[in-house]
Design a protein around this ligand. Sequence first.
Ligand code: NAD
Length: 499
Amino acid sequence: MTTEQYPCPNFINGEWSTPDVANFNPVYNPSTGEQISAAPMCDADIVNAAVEAADGAFHDWWQTPPVERIRILFRYKLLLEDKFEELAQSVTREHGKTLQEARGDVRRGIEVVEYACAVTELLKGECLENIARGIDCELQRQPVGICAGICPYNFPALVPMWMYPLAIACGNTFILKPSEKVPLTSIRLIELLEQAGLPKGVLNIVHGGRECVDAILTHPKVNAISFVGSSPVAKYIFETGTQHGKRVQAAGGAKNFVVIMPDAEIPKAVDGMVDSAFGCAGQRCMAGSTAITIGKAADSFIPEMAAAAKALKVGPTDRTPAGQLGAVISPEHRDRIKSLIEQGEAEGADIVVDGRTVSVPDYPEGFYLGPTILDKVQTNMKVHNDEVFGPVLNVIRADDMEQALHVANTCSFGNGCCIYTRSGQLAREFKHRVKAGMVGINVGIPAPMAYFPFSGWDYSFFGDLHIQGREAIYFYTRSKVTTTRWFSQGEGDIWHKDK
Ligand code: NAD
């Protein structure tokens, strides 16, 4: 084990140190199966120390002019570019996604930093003169205070960067709780932020699991919580956080449907779907996990999709080109996915491509699973109703778009839905009627860029203001509305007097 090589310290009040705790969570390189680090499972006392540091730093940071905060973020952006490949390698190492995918993870995160650099514009308030004679009204945005971010394992760079760059740009201080499965990229990201000149205490990292999260959720000084993870935990975070008086945005899991109309350009739909269903080994909240083929679209889509899936090379991720499939996060997760496939088969689905028996001889201990396609999936099957979060594509056959909309709109999740068609009229109707917050038209993964909200609905999101875009600015600030009247030597309306 090389945990010394990849230490996993907390960062509190500008100090890096590994706490003396009883439990550590192993961190693996999923490509090789080797343990590479261990995340300390921190308790309420350690969380309290981080909150005190954030509290101590808040006033000065809030008073720091936004343009000065941005100068730090500009330096940060340059450092991130400079260390881009190193960060991508770190993502690959602890997550198991391919290097190509890891580069995307880091790039999309940097785009949030770029967006945060526009905060002088984004933070501007509103003003209206003469709401009544001689009275003006002004709205300004102030930081909410101490914010915390609780992250999932599947985007080790992007998801933390969804949160802290915008939060600190708005003048808040922050506590980051990375996933205990992939804590190492976060550490490197924050080392670079420290190097860019962030004052101590403005951003703190605490590692851990439920105990640590509960301490954040119930701490009286924490004002706002951003969460990304599975839906049951998102619901718990939202309920517990709001019960304790906090503002919460909690993004959860998903089932994303991709409708393949008979008039679709099938080769392009297949290209899009290979990445959508199997990219990052299916461990994406925007993965296109179910294709709904309409009528005869199935005749060409399914065989072409099967051929494309079989052509993917399963293997280690740090040295393979694009068009490959990396590992999943853990052996337990691989077994869970396998059992969902088995259950789907037992419930009557046809296995068109079976990834369960894949072997990677050079890395027999790696957590690999091949691409799998299940055809004739029904809406009462477990593999349909649970988020699989693996390289598994369900195919549901439907007669028309009405049936497809029924399947998508009766699903409890509401993240993404896509349609492949040549018909503008059908696409427009689909976009209008589908019950999902992010829609793709001839686009397989409609994940919004940094300047739009990541707009999940229903069981995919708990809260009001989403992550990213202007909604994030509103989430990380609160508005203050000031109504002003000035008297002229006690006489009132000088304008009319002067006239
Ligand atoms: P997870 O819910 O298991 O863990 C997320 C975070 O919550 C981790 O930091 C973990 O330590 C903490 N946690 C776990 N169980 C907890 C509990 N009982 N109480 C308090 N805290 C707890 O999620 P994961 O497996 O790390 O990530 C995968 C999930 O994240 C998938 O469901 C995926 O769809 C979702 N996700 C959603 C989005 C989105 O934008 N909607 C983006 C990325 C990932």
